[in-house]
Design a protein around this ligand. Structure first.
Ligand SMILES: [Mn+2]
Length: 262
């Protein structure tokens, strides 16, 4: 009997180098996915890398091992989607044109096994964050897009090094809003978007606060999941015939769910 389709989701890994722990863990995760029967979709929900711009050779060479693992999954027939985050942008030139993944710059709705999913990185969830919204728009204007895609390799390397350094001071600087405030914002966002266009499950990342919220207050019930960040606790989301479930990963082994499957 053919296995029921299964979709896996990861977000906000913020990988800074090929040998950081999250990179090693991600490679192992991707390798293990190859053995999952029924695996049909993999969704990379953004900020997979601490910095990835366009198709610059710097990143392609640096993350060769990860790219190879993703290509192997693709060649097995897994449909792979990559949502741009605020640390990985202008992805089409490499991830779509060369690797043939499906790249998304905006939120999307997706029918998976009859469940309607709303999928997004999450960087557009906060309407009060005008500064970021402007930056997001600016970085995607044609002149900026052209500049980012064609800037000299030396500048790309410098930007890459700066990003890695700033992410090392993550705990002291990155969380600019409290976890409680983030929860309020993402749940409000789920409620608003659900009222505009209903979904069964919303999957996002970006705020670095993991959340799994079920609402039945307004109209049809829905579930809003935020995957947090691998900088706190590496995890993935699985949706298959047995349901919607978040699983944690650690450096040494996959959890029970994962080892049962393989
Ligand atoms: Mn982000």
């Amino acid at each position: 009997m053919p296995a029921m389709p299964a979709a896996y989701f990861v977000s906000d890994l913020h990988i800074t180098s090929p040998d950081d722990a999250r990179s090693v863990l991600f490679c192992r995760f991707l390798r293990r996915l190859r053995g999952v029967s029924g695996l049909s979709h993999l969704f990379l929900m953004g900020d997979i890398f601490d910095l990835w711009l366009a198709d610059h050779e710097h990143f392609v060479a640096k993350y060769r091992l990860i790219i190879e693992e993703i290509e192997k999954l693709r060649d097995l027939g897994v449909e792979i989607h990559y949502f741009e985050g605020n640390h990985d942008l202008h992805l089409r030139r490499f991830w779509s044109d060369r690797l043939r993944l499906k790249v998304h710059e905006e939120p999307m709705y997706f029918d998976f096994n009859g469940s309607i999913l709303r999928l997004e990185h999450g960087d557009q969830m906060d309407p009060e964050d005008r500064g970021y919204r402007f930056l997001r728009w600016l970085l995607r204007t044609p002149p900026m897009r052209y500049f980012i895609c064609h800037m000299p390799p030396s500048l790309v390397v410098r930007l890459g090094e700066r990003a890695s350094k700033s992410s090392r001071s993550y705990t002291s600087q990155t969380k600019t809003i409290s976890a409680q405030k983030a929860l309020e914002k993402i749940r409000l966002h789920a409620q608003k978007t659900h009222a505009q266009r209903a979904f069964d499950v919303l999957v996002a990342g970006h705020v670095h606060v993991r959340d799994d919220f079920v609402s039945s207050d307004h109209g049809s019930p829905y579930r809003a999941i935020n995957l947090g960040t691998w900088m706190d606790t590496p995890c993935y989301l699985k949706i298959d015939e047995s349901g919607v479930c978040i699983f944690e990963l650690d450096d040494t082994h996959f959890n029970n769910e994962y080892s049962q499957e393989n």
